[in-house]
Design a protein around this ligand. Sequence first.
Ligand code: F6R
Length: 249
Amino acid sequence: MTEARVFQPTLTICTSANEVAIAAAKTFADAIRQNPKTVLGLATGGTPIATYQELIRMHKEDGLSFQSVTTFNLDEYIGLSADHPKSYRMFMQQELFDHIDIAPQNTYVPDGLADDVVAFSKAYESMIQDSGGIDLQLLGIGSNGHIAFNEPGTSAQSRTRKIGLADETIKNNARFFEHLNDVPTTAITMGVGTILEAKRIVLLATGESKADAIRCAVGGKVDPECPASFLQTHPDVTLIVDKAAAAGL
Ligand code: F6R
C-alpha cells in the first residue's frame, strides 16, 4: 500500500469563539454567493451553533439565500425519530433550517429509524453522489479526535455506516440529554472516506477541551487513533479555531 500524500491544512486562530463563528459563516456565505446551488455537508453539536446563528443573521439582514442550496448532515443517532427532540434532524430544524429559506426537500439527515441501515447507508452515499458531491463540508471534532462519529480506530476508507459510540463521546454528549442513560450508543455516520471526498473541508474547534484533539489532528502523524488526522491527506482543509483550542500547537 502506498502512503497517502500529506498536506498542511490552513490554520486560522481566532481570539474568541465568536470570531470563529463569524469567520466560518463568512466562508459558507461566500461559497453560497459564488455558487447558489452549492452542496454543503453540515455538522451538529455545540460548536457550529454560533456559526448557524450568524448564517441566520446573514439571511435575515444581508439577503443571503439558501433557496438552491442542498445539505447533507454527517450523522444521526440510531433509534431517534426525526421528530424526537434530541435527534440531529430536530437540531438542524431548530438551529438552522427553520430560520432560513432552504427547500425542506434539499436537506438530508440520515434516518435514525432506518429498518436496514446497510441499505440506507448505501442510498445516502448515492444521494450525495447524485447531487454532484459535497462542495464544502463543515466539521467539528470530538475530544477524542473523532470527525462525524468516526471514533478512534476508524479506517481512512470507511463509508456511511452504523457505528458504536465511544464512552468518551457518550459522556460528552450527555449534556444534551437529561440522563447519561438516555444518550443513544449507536449512530449512522458518514465515513472518513465519504468526508474526504468533499471538495473543501472546514473544521471548527473552540475551547480547551479540544486542544489535545487539534494537536493530534494537525500536529502529529496520520493515525487512525485520531481520525481527524486523516484530514492531512486532503488538499483543501481549513481549521478555524480559537486560542484555547490551538493551545497544544
Ligand atoms: C456532529 C458530529 C461530531 C461533533 C463533535 C464535536 O454532527 O459529527 O463529530 O462535531 O462531537 O461536538 P461538539 O461541537 O458538541 O463539541
